[in-house]
Design a protein around this ligand. Structure first.
Ligand SMILES: [Fe+2]
Length: 210
């Protein structure tokens, strides 16, 4: 007698002829709360093959981390003022501070990633930034617009002075990548932001000439 061939169903789960691998629920569980020793402790260098000596990398990493801590502080100072600004120039300053915040945030990423390229580790967390920045801490409360702008200008100048000195040092050490980042990105962005801020502190007549 001829046996009947079972009908193949399109769905393999419904097909008794298809053997499915055994389902292991443990495999699908996320492995949370894991701990381990650090892969690379802060302050150490794991050199990448970029043709720079360890001494040069170390010097640039230390300088860049200082500039990073100050740039992160300046970035956050812009957000504070973006939120707390008041008065008749509220709208334009609210937008300007936000624009500068975004530009400083982009610099933070570039500086931090340069540190990683040099084999170092960049500051990342607010507590580390607070401990290492050289920019004076502002009060938590709201300040008047001229004070907000003065505070920003002071912070910019602190950054700019460090950036110029570090760019020169990087050039002397043939660390051209760091020099280019500091001059083309960090210095130029800070200088133009200073210009846009400083013009707000000129006591020029608004409607009637003196
Ligand atoms: Fe906003």
């Amino acid at each position: 007698m001829k046996t009947k061939t079972p009908k193949i169903d399109g769905n393999p789960l419904m097909n008794p002829m298809v053997r499915m691998p055994r389902y292991n629920p443990e495999q699908a569980k996320p492995l949370v709360h894991q701990e381990s020793v650090e892969l690379q402790p802060f302050g150490t260098i794991v050199k990448l093959p970029i043709g720079l000596g360890e001494k040069v990398c170390r010097e640039s990493i230390e300088r860049l981390n200082q500039i990073l801590a100050d740039t992160m502080t300046l970035r956050d100072l812009y957000h504070k003022h973006h939120w707390q600004v008041s008065g008749s120039t509220f709208y334009q300053l609210h937008l300007l501070f936000d624009k500068h915040y975004d530009e400083q945030a982009a610099l933070v990423d570039k500086i931090a990633e340069r540190i990683q390229m040099l084999g170092g580790l960049s500051y990342a967390m607010a507590a580390d930034v607070a401990e290492n920045t050289t920019i004076p801490r502002p009060p938590r409360g709201r300040e008047e617009v001229p004070v907000q702008i003065s505070r920003l200008l002071t912070a910019h100048e602190i950054v700019i002075q460090k950036v110029r000195a570090s760019a020169r040092k990087a050039a002397e050490m043939m660390d051209d990548g760091t020099n280019d980042l500091l001059v083309s990105d960090v210095l130029r962005t800070n200088e133009i932001q200073v210009w846009f801020l400083a013009e707000h502190l000129v006591d020029a007549p608004l409607v009637r000439a003196d």
